[in-house]
Design a protein around this ligand. Structure first.
Ligand code: MG
Length: 203
């Protein structure tokens, strides 16, 4: 399986990063070794002094497809969760300054914890889901998925022009504003609505 991550998909986050709002989706990958086994803590890697949390809605692909039209994209998923796209912001800034790929800052082991998945009901609109992240009990990121620049179906259609999607692939759909550093002994909890689907200790 692969993990496809979308960058800059909420205008307020693009602004806080001093990045332009993109005119087409920006995507990159994390390897399967970025997944964090359930109930494992997240260990801050020794190569970064500034690891940030990025709360994201995560979509699990349940059908293989290529060049999927936007109008049919909803047939390729029926489960969602929340995940954290951990980012070594200091390394990412270096990569950006040198015009290099971001993988060193984004794809490291354990950088993609994902919560329990919930099944979307037939009537549930994936573009009207409340997600939030608390750090030590305080809300640090919160958004409704209606605020996405590119919808989940647009993302699936766009990415699948270039890359075949397979069953079990995960799409991290971009972070809202409020990204920030994590420290040893932080406790993170990520929610859809009032359901805490991911609970994580930082070590
Ligand atoms: Mg992200």
């Amino acid at each position: 399986m692969k993990i496809i991550c979308i960058g800059r998909n909420y205008a307020a986050h693009a602004k806080e990063m001093n990045s332009a709002v993109p005119t087409e989706p920006v995507f990159f990958f994390k390897p399967d070794t970025a997944l964090l086994p359930k109930r494992n803590p997240f260990f801050i890697p020794s190569f970064s002094k500034d690891v940030h949390h990025e709360l994201e809605l995560v979509v699990r692909i349940n059908r293989a497809g290529k060049s999927i039209e936007e109008q049919f994209a909803h047939r390729y998923y029926n489960e969602v969760s929340v995940g954290i796209d951990f980012t070594a912001r200091d390394l990412q800034a270096e990569c950006k300054a040198k015009g290099l790929p971001w993988e060193k800052a984004k794809a490291f082991d354990g950088s993609a914890p994902v919560g329990d998945f919930i099944t979307l009901s037939k009537t549930q609109n994936i573009q009207n889901i409340d997600i939030k992240l608390t750090k030590n009990g305080e809300v640090v990121q919160q958004v409704n998925t209606s605020q996405m620049i590119f919808s989940v179906n647009q993302i699936i259609s766009y990415v699948s022009q270039f890359v075949t999607l397979k069953i079990g692939d995960l799409i991290f759909t971009g972070t809202p504003s409020g990204v920030g550093p994590v420290a040893i002994n932080d406790r993170l909890e990520a929610y859809i609505g009032e359901h805490a689907l991911l609970k994580l200790n930082v070590k």
